[in-house]
Write a protein that binds this ligand. Sequence first.
Ligand SMILES: Cc1ncc(COP(=O)(O)O)c(C=O)c1O
Length: 429
Amino acid sequence: MIAQKSLLERHQAVLPRWLALYYQQPLELVDGDGRRVWDAAGREYLDFFGGILTTIAGYKVPEIVDAVKSQAERMLHTSTLYLIRPMIELAELIASLAPMPNAKVFFTASGTEANETALLLAATVRKSNQVLALRNSYHGRSFAAQAVTGNRGWSASGLTPLNVSYIQSGYKYRSPFRDLDDAAYAQACADDLRDVILTGTAGDVAALIAEPVQGVGGFAVPPEGYFRALKPVLDEYGILFISDEVQTGWGRTGSAFWGCQTYGIEPDVVTFAKGVANGLTMGGVIARAEIMDSITANSISTFGGNPLSSAAALATIHYLLDHDLQANALRIGSRMLSRLKTLEQRHSCVGEVRGKGLMIGIEFVTEGRRPASALATAALEACRERGLLVGKGGLFGNCFRIAPPLSVTESEADRACDILESAIEAVGQ
Ligand SMILES: Cc1ncc(COP(=O)(O)O)c(C=O)c1O
């Protein structure tokens, strides 16, 4: 305990104040195996947040560890000035899995940088810096990525290279249209999109950037027809659709490999990061060749596509495909969701349980749907005390985000549900 406190003091002394830590007594995680992690005191936890949806295959997966070791023993970095075999193989693999034809891939060092690139591509192709984004979104921490982030809690600056207009998102629980049925809701959002284009832009909008399921926004799943209703309006104005799949890619949502495919939508550009290399630094952009090749200046990301991250990503994607972890995400996610959904009836503090595949959100409220942020924080602590790590999010910090590695087993999922129920029971009194 003393050692942990002193590490916390050292953290606070030299790292930014805004780099938030979970828990009253912050955790130092030192080891992992499968879906389990251990802290510095040797205490074991089930990890149902996976380093913010990044440990997608699990800890100590031999195929991934071996690929990283074997590359590290040869060389870590060469730069894109030279041919990088693992990067080329990875781009071929990702292009073959892309949700659009004739795809090319550019690798970056983070999701933020991937979204910067996607916005640059759209602005270049459309010769416009006007962009549409969804309320309650999160796209990263650079100036452009913050500008399309519809969440005050993550918008540190109003300075932006873009001219952004926000449209209604699929977060129905707190929408002014929430009393409509799903079909009418989707139509109302499409009408709002048209209205925003007509009243808030000069018409020649470059792109809409959207998360298929809003991650930081509390795992807000849009109603079934939401994106399908928006798409014809975008097409009418030639507006490109950028699907930010940083959280939803690689089978996480269960019913499709890419989140946008769940809704039968073909994006013009996809961005990815987080899980792609199971924890090694990597992000990227996928776009049709004519969009990707539209940039006429030189461009480079020094760390993008480096041999080590590329080797890890190749091993990770093959592991996901070989073990059909998308199917596992669907099966286990549905099992957890149907069990946790009953919490809505049993606890007045549970406003909504929602999800897609292995992205399950629980929204904590008090009377009148008011956000219960302190209760969510107490429930997070109660889960930790019982040996379960989950995430928190939402516009008001009042939502649980439950997102284990896609390799999670039935018994681990059942154990996590037991703990969630017991923790909510304890704090909801
Ligand atoms: C949907 C989404 N897009 C972009 C990002 C930014 O990614 P990174 O933190 O790798 O820059 C995140 C990070 O949480 C994200 O959830």
